[in-house]
Each structure stands twice: as C-alpha cells, then as structure tokens.
Design a protein around this ligand. Structure first.
Ligand SMILES: [Zn+2]
Length: 283
C-alpha cells in the first residue's frame, strides 16, 4: 500500500542559497496499481536507488533537495509529456505525441520494457490510467521543482540546479552504449546549452579533485528536467549529474556496498564546493 506524497522537500538549514538539487529516480514507494509483469527486483533495477539519501547533506550547505517518492518505471519525471509510446496504450491518446528515442528504447514517459528487456505489462494501458499518473505524480513533482527554482530566482536573480541520478556501471541493452564501462561521474548539460560552461567546469573540477574520472555529455547529455529548467541566458543553470552505481551499491541486490560511506563523504565535499561556487556568484 502506498499513500506517500509524490515528493519530499528538504529545505535549507541556515542561510539559504539559490541551489536546488532534485532526485527524480530514487523513489521506492510502488503504487498499488503498478501491475508490472516482471518480478519487483527486476523492475527495481530502473531505480537510481539511494541517490536522494546520498545527497541528504545538501540542506546543510544551504541547498534545497526535492526527491520523488514514486518509482520512475511507473512514470518518469525526466521525460516530456509527449514522450508516450502508442504501443503501450489500449486506446487513442487524443493529443499529438512526439515519442523520442527513449520511447523507441522502451523507456519513455511510461516504461514499456524493464531493464532486463522484459515487457513491463501483460496488458495495454487505458490512456486515462496514464493521465492519472501524470496528474497524481508527474505534475506535482514538476510543480514542486519549478516552484523552488522560481523562488530562488526571484530572491537572488539566479539559480543553480543539480539534477541527480545514478547509472549502471556498464551500459545495458536499452542504453545508447550497450556493453561499455562508464566513468565514475557523467555530467550532462546538453552540449553546453543548459548551464554556463563555468558551472559544468566547477563541478567536474571538484570531482576530479576528489580523485574521480568525469565524462561530460557522454553517454548522458541530460534529458527533460535540465532541458526544461536550464536557461543560462536567464541565469538559470541546470546540470545533470550521474554517479556510477558501482561506487556505492551492489547492482543486483541494490544494497549499499563498502564504498557507500566514502561516496557520501565525497558528495558532501562536492556540495561544499558547489555551494562556494554559488555563493561567489550571488554575493
Ligand atoms: Zn536517473
């Protein structure tokens, strides 16, 4: 039984900064009507498990953290509303759709296939059911994030946004890079369009200082959330940050591994550096 609100908001402790983190894919509250066909442990491999917990230090550095409580395989906040797969539906959508490559890969707004490649459902979904997920989960999440970003921008004239994710250590069948080992971190600014280059550089430099290897826009460029909120010309800076799951968990059991505590400490150091960067630009 899930009666959880669709998101949790962790507000800054102490002096607030115009810095907002969001974790759209770490939700673990599976709604009762999510009748996925594969077993739960296979469906859970879609989650960015533990990501919101790993960034719980953010409010201590003046940042706000928004986390989704629902699973991204139920409805994915990092996809646009037109990214619906007609193959998934029992009836007509009634509005123009613009499925992206993510939908072609089975991982659009509502996932058609699980990470293992198995179909997610043994039935077609009535479009009313998909709309109910949009209204009950996707919209409240987007409104919460947009509300925080707008509030910061009004107060400071600028806002910095880190869209926080984790990635499998090796590209899987529905990735753009199947079979390839990933860097420790991948930053995505959609080829320099969603934030000032200095922000991407500052985050990359802080991570390299901590000893990590960092790739930029390869293989993840950032998807809907940074695309929607990143408008550097308006001093709205959004950057997607993917951390490699092998650094903190067993990808089969989803349990934290021996690296978890070190990564948590290092992310706190990262947040400290990012907060200093933001502070230097609004002082
Ligand atoms: Zn993610």
């Amino acid at each position: 039984m899930s009666s959880a609100p669709p998101f949790l908001r962790h507000l800054p402790m102490g002096a607030p900064l115009p810095l907002v983190l969001d974790s759209p894919h770490s939700g673990e509250d599976y709604p009762d009507d999510f009748d996925h066909a594969p077993p739960r442990h296979e469906v859970r491999r879609a989650e960015d498990t533990h990501v919101a917990r790993l960034y719980r230090c953010a409010p201590r550095h003046g940042a706000t953290l928004i986390e989704a409580t629902f699973p991204r395989s139920y409805i994915d906040p990092n996809r646009g509303l037109a990214d619906v797969d007609p193959e998934l539906l029992a009836d007509a959508w009634g509005e123009p759709l613009a499925p992206t490559r993510k939908t072609a890969q089975g991982i659009g707004l509502v996932w058609r296939i699980a990470r293992t490649g198995m179909p997610m459902y043994a039935r077609k979904l009535p479009s009313a059911e998909v709309r109910a997920r949009i209204d009950g989960y996707w919209r409240p999440y987007h409104e919460a994030l947009a509300g925080e970003l707008d509030r910061c921008h009004r107060a400071f004239g600028a806002v910095w946004h880190l869209d926080c994710h984790s990635m499998p250590a090796v590209g899987d069948a529905n990735a753009d890079d199947p079979g390839r080992a990933r860097a420790d971190f991948v930053l995505g600014d959609r080829d320099g369009t969603t934030c000032a280059p200095g922000f991407t550089h500052a985050v990359a430099a802080a991570l390299r200082e901590l000893g990590y290897d960092v790739a930029v826009n390869d293989p993840y460029k950032g998807v809907e959330l940074v695309r929607k909120h990143g408008r550097p010309a308006e001093n709205r800076h959004s950057l997607q940050i993917e951390v490699n799951r092998r650094l903190y968990m067993d990808e089969t059991t989803l349990q934290p591994n021996d690296g978890y505590a070190k990564l948590e400490r290092d992310l706190e150091a990262l947040l400290s550096a990012v907060a200093a960067y933001v502070r230097s630009r609004v002082a």
